[in-house]
Design a protein around this ligand. Structure first.
Ligand code: 7TS
Length: 407
């Protein structure tokens, strides 16, 4: 398919909105992506004609809904190139995926004196669950520092790895700075140390083609809503051996084979980790988002987004008032910056009044902010439907903000 951003934009009803009298320029894709009408219609169709609970009963609708749900799992397996369908567990999102693994490690792996490695630039979702794991197991957290560009210091990582390291948990792409971490190399290094690796793919899933077998990661998690799918759904991929070894995360219906008051036998994978009624419509909606992206083509998406990124960086570099926070060589279409000495929230409000949506604040990455000595940044993040003219509007909006505050 030949990529045409206008055709892509026509699939996203929300982009027709006017905000404060201006067409919406949605530049907060790192927080959540907008949904194409294909996904919205898929959800509506499910609730109108396909809704039933799954894996139970013998009637037509329940069997059909079960088939659709398992088809969604299959398409996710193919999307990330997992070896087996049962290695793809549905969750509520990235946060739940990390909690599932951290909780399992706390109960089945970690002992006092063990170590967990994360990095200085993680989202809180990849910090707090590991702090909780340390609190309950007596393990301790070791932090890979980053340099001024926002890149992880791999020499320090190598020094941190040792026989006590029981898991490494790293973001594929840093949400606050946009840095693409060298995870393949980091996974190899961890495996040489006999340590499994969890990759937080919340940002990467929308901007990279993911092959979990090629990466050889032990766990990979992501959220549906950042990849143009619904909220309330995500995936944790895990290698079979690890998923077999970890205990269930939650108890309830579906995750059991038999229950008596004496003993409960857990279900096999993937159901062992899918307690209760799952977000069925959302899983099917996620499949529809994946199919939508596959139709556009990963190569087209990557090319369009890297052109937007290059254009934005070039333009922003010319603005003396812009101070980049982190300037990694390998970067996803995410840019964090400050504008003169204006508070990011004020900049965000001024941009909003011109119809431009960016995120301002800590981006759920307080340690990253601390590393750069700032309280907050302005963050622009691009997706498949963004245009050069929206970037021009962002630059104009920033110039206007400077003028307003220098008056
Ligand atoms: N990890 C990373 C790297 C993220 O960017 C996010 C969400 C999460 C984990 C948590 O994902 P969730 O879907 O479970 O909430 N990041 C952002 C953000 O940058 N702005 O809003 C949410």
């Amino acid at each position: 398919m030949i990529f045409n951003v206008d055709i892509v934009r026509a699939d996203f009803p929300i982009l027709e909105l006017n905000v404060h009298g201006y067409p919406l320029a949605y530049l907060d894709n790192a927080a959540t992506a907008q949904k194409p009408s294909q996904v919205i219609k898929c959800l509506q169709n499910y609730y109108e004609y396909q809704n039933a609970n799954i894996h139970r009963g013998t009637y037509y609708l329940t069997e059909f809904a079960t088939e659709l749900f398992e088809e969604a799992r299959k398409s996710i397996q193919q999307f990330i190139n997992a070896k087996h369908q049962h290695e793809c567990i549905f969750t509520r999102g990235t946060t739940e995926g990390i909690n599932l693994v951290a909780n399992g490690f706390t109960r089945a792996v970690l002992k006092p004196g063990d170590e967990i490695i994360i990095s200085q630039t993680e989202h809180h979702a990849n910090i707090v669950p590991w702090q909780m794991a340390c609190e309950y197991s007596g393990a301790s957290l070791k932090i890979i520092p980053c340099n001024n560009a926002g890149e992880l210091e791999i020499d320090r990582y190598i020094e941190l790895l040792n026989p006590k390291t029981k898991i490494v948990a790293i973001a594929h792409i840093c949400n606050a700075l946009g840095a693409i971490n060298p995870i393949k190399e980091m996974i190899t290094l961890a495996h040489q140390n006999g340590t499994p690796v969890l990759i937080d793919g919340a940002q990467a899933i929308a901007h990279q083609s993911i092959d979990v077998q090629d990466l050889d990661c032990d766990f990979y998690c992501f959220s549906g809503h950042k990849v143009y799918g619904p909220t309330g759904i995500g995936v944790i991929y895990g290698k079979t051996d690890w998923l077999e070894r970890l205990p269930p995360y939650q108890g309830g219906g579906e995750m059991i084979q038999t229950v008596t008051f004496l003993k409960t036998i857990y279900n096999h994978l993937p159901y062992k980790f899918e307690a209760g009624t799952m977000p069925i419509a959302q899983a099917i909606g996620l499949q529809s988002a994946i199919e939508y992206l596959q139709k556009i083509g990963t190569a087209n998406i990557l090319q369009h987004e890297s052109m937007l990124l290059r254009y934005a960086l070039e333009k922003m570099k010319d603005e003396a008032t812009i101070n980049f926070i982190g300037y990694p060589k390998e970067r996803a279409p995410i840019i964090s910056f400050l504008l003169a000495d204006i508070h990011p929230h004020d900049v965000g409000t001024i941009l909003d009044h011109k119809g431009i949506a960016v995120r301002t604040g800590q981006h759920c990455a307080q340690p990253t902010m601390d590393r750069f000595g700032v309280n907050a940044t302005i963050r622009a993040s691009f997706g498949i439907y963004n245009t050069f003219s929206e970037i021009d509007r962002l630059i104009d909006g920033l110039r206007d903000a400077v003028k307003l505050f220098k008056r």
